[in-house]
Write a protein that binds this ligand. Sequence first.
Ligand code: NAI
Length: 302
Amino acid sequence: MSKIDFTGRVAIVTGAGAGLGRCHALEFAKRGAKVVINDLGGTRDGVGSSDAAANKVVEEIKALGGEAVPNYDNVATVEGGKGIVQTAIDAFGKVDILVNNAGILRDSAFHKLEEENWDAVVGVHLRGAYCVTKPAFINMRENGYGRIVMTTSGAGLFGNFGQANYSSAKAGVAGLANVLKLEGAKYNIKTNVLIPVAASRLTEDVLPPDLFAKLKPDLITPLVLYMCSEQCEDSGVMINAALGYFSRSAIMTGPGAILSDGEKIPTPEEIMESWDKIMSLENPKFFNQVFDMFGELGPLLS
Ligand code: NAI
């Protein structure tokens, strides 16, 4: 088994001042990476800022003999994203690894969801992924190497009551990964997606206390390290992680039903009659990109 080593690699972890991001950053540093510890240091719902969270993790890494620099920018602004990437370039010359991890929550039932709470949550998670990843991606393209992790959530991929803003943003970052896997392929840039469940301040009032105590963020980090390693050849893959359980989730497409010769317009009643067949997920297929669907339309295209 080849050892995963980050000597000579430069990693950015956003929201690395606490929770999952802190764990990822510490482990990258222990395995030789130079790490940018970004954290705005605000509250759980994204109010205020402080240098303390990022500084503390930098000190922890230095105490272990590792290399790290702090950054206090807000991922949700274009200037913040550029500032985070510039911190890596100024301190260490490049960016090899980016873990988009920073996050906040402002839960609300959808019918009560205020615009400012939609904007704040989508701003940090989805806009933040754009703001930080774009300048990092440009540097990775120039260097012909990159590893990116998007942190999504089961809430976005499968659903969760009361998290419309968060779920929409988290589904969005999975969509961004679908495109970056294609646009980064030529440059050896792999973009993969983490679906974690872990104890942190984001989940402390969401999870039952006995479960909360068991869900250590350290149990998630090895997956992030593998996805950010040279050894990882996959891109655009989404992996669940909790308590040492790891599994792939994917959007799959069922065999479907052909209800036309390509000319005849099917009736809504024909759709209704074929509903079971249309709904079937038997022998599903994975489409690597949207045009793969045309492969299923063979008889209709000839
Ligand atoms: P956490 O609250 O411990 O860590 C998030 C960090 O992001 C905080 O230190 C915070 O200061 C920082 N941050 C927030 N807004 C920022 C901004 N605009 N710019 C820079 N830094 C900012 O929470 P946790 O659980 O470690 O979350 C990490 C990521 O994992 C988040 O994206 C979260 O949505 C995601 N996630 C977590 C799950 C869990 O079970 N803990 C489940 C699914 C997803």
